[in-house]
Write a protein of this length. Structure first.
Length: 366
């Protein structure tokens, strides 16, 4: 699936290289999953079909059977009351594993048609029983529910079953927790997992922005929402008109990752501008950066773009709309900076923003 850069909320360690945000990450219970691209540290189960056939043929234990029976007769939960990912991961709150368990059994008994909810039902049950969250740990049940997912869980059942057997047998493994996104391979599921990671990261970012807002002068606080609005407009314009991650089922996930990086960079800019930790820059260097941006944009516009290459392919009109949105964002920053950070060199802030944008455009012509 190519190189992936995902956000991990408060558990990530930020590294800024050449204007691009990356994070080191690790998975913990109750934290949104992070899709992986490295080779798994366990063997696939070559006989997974036989393992699944045996698991599916075995009746549910008494406690699980009672929960399944109860769920089959319960009425439809009210809107928002049975959001399994939110209950399981918390997204800024404490996970509610008991509610997640009840919702998972309900969704298992009443599967939705025409939706892509990889965690709903059997998926959440596999994680709950594998990790012992809200229920006694039971790898036999975890394997059974993982088998129920079949291809709906990312077309890699043999890896998922192998990982559960590794945990069951207490063999060495990098992660001792089990998450459906650990071994995801299909593009569609990658997009789903990226969306979960973005939701978790958004919670952490909102907290960081709110903390930064409290330290701003009153006039700058009033200006911040307009700056954030311009940032959101740029993010959406870039996804619609400048995303070059390619087509296929994984395109949505890659676009989400790109938006995550932009959102994280916005927070980093706020924090670095406040701290004043920018390289010095002169008016001449700012003018030079502006010329470099013009050249990078011209090179991108000169590309022989094919709007029919895949759904959402970049177009010259899309590039222009994205550049217009970035220019509007840049103007908002230049109005915001002297009010919010009067001690910061406006030329230094401008050069920093210009270089980040130049880097984005140069990536398009590589």
């Amino acid at each position: 699936m190519g190189k992936r850069t995902l956000l991990c909320g408060t558990i990530g360690i930020l590294v800024v290289l050449a204007g691009e945000v990356t994070l080191s990450q690790s998975a913990t219970p109750g934290t949104a999953p992070q899709p992986t691209t490295t080779a798994p540290d366990f063997a696939e189960e070559p006989n997974w079909q036989a393992v699944c056939a045996e698991a599916m043929a075995s009746p549910l234990p008494t406690a699980a059977a009672a929960l399944a029976l109860s769920a089959s007769t319960e009425s439809t939960p009210a809107d928002g009351e049975c959001n399994e990912p939110a209950l399981y991961y918390g997204f800024g709150k404490m996970p509610d594993y008991g509610a997640a368990l009840r919702c998972a059994y309900w969704h298992r008994a009443h599967p939705a048609t025409g939706t892509v909810g990889f965690l709903d039902g059997a998926g959440t049950l596999a994680m709950l029983y594998a990790n012992g969250n809200g229920v006694p740990r039971n790898y036999t049940l975890a394997i059974r529910f993982a088998c129920e997912l079949k291809d709906r869980g990312g077309q890699n059942t043999e890896e998922r079953i192998g990982r559960l057997e590794t945990l069951r047998d207490n063999k060495p493994t990098a992660d001792t927790t089990f998450d459906l996104c650990d071994e995801q391979m299909s593009g569609t599921m990658g997009a789903y997992c990226s969306g979960l990671a973005e939701e978790e990261a958004d919670v952490a970012r909102a907290r960081s922005i709110e903390a930064a807002k409290k330290r701003l002068p009153e006039r700058a606080r009033v200006m911040l929402p307009k700056l954030q609005e311009a940032e959101r407009a740029f993010e959406e314009a870039r996804i619609r008109g400048e995303y070059t991650g390619g087509g296929g089922s994984g395109s949505v996930g890659f676009a989400t990752d790109d938006r995550n990086r932009l959102r994280e960079q916005f927070v980093i800019n706020l924090e670095r501008f406040e701290a004043g930790t920018l390289p010095r820059a002169t008016a001449s260097e700012r003018e030079q950066a502006e010329h470099q941006l013009e050249a990078a944009y011209g090179a991108a516009q000169a590309l022989p773009l094919d709007p029919n290459a895949y759904a959402g392919s970049p177009t010259h009109e899309g590039l222009k709309a994205t550049e217009d949105a970035w220019s509007a964002l840049f103007r908002e920053w230049m109005q915001f900076v002297p009010v919010a950070y009067p001690e910061l060199s406006q030329d230094a802030a401008a050069v920093e923003l210009l270089r980040l944008r130049i880097h984005q455009l140069k990536k398009l012509v590589r």
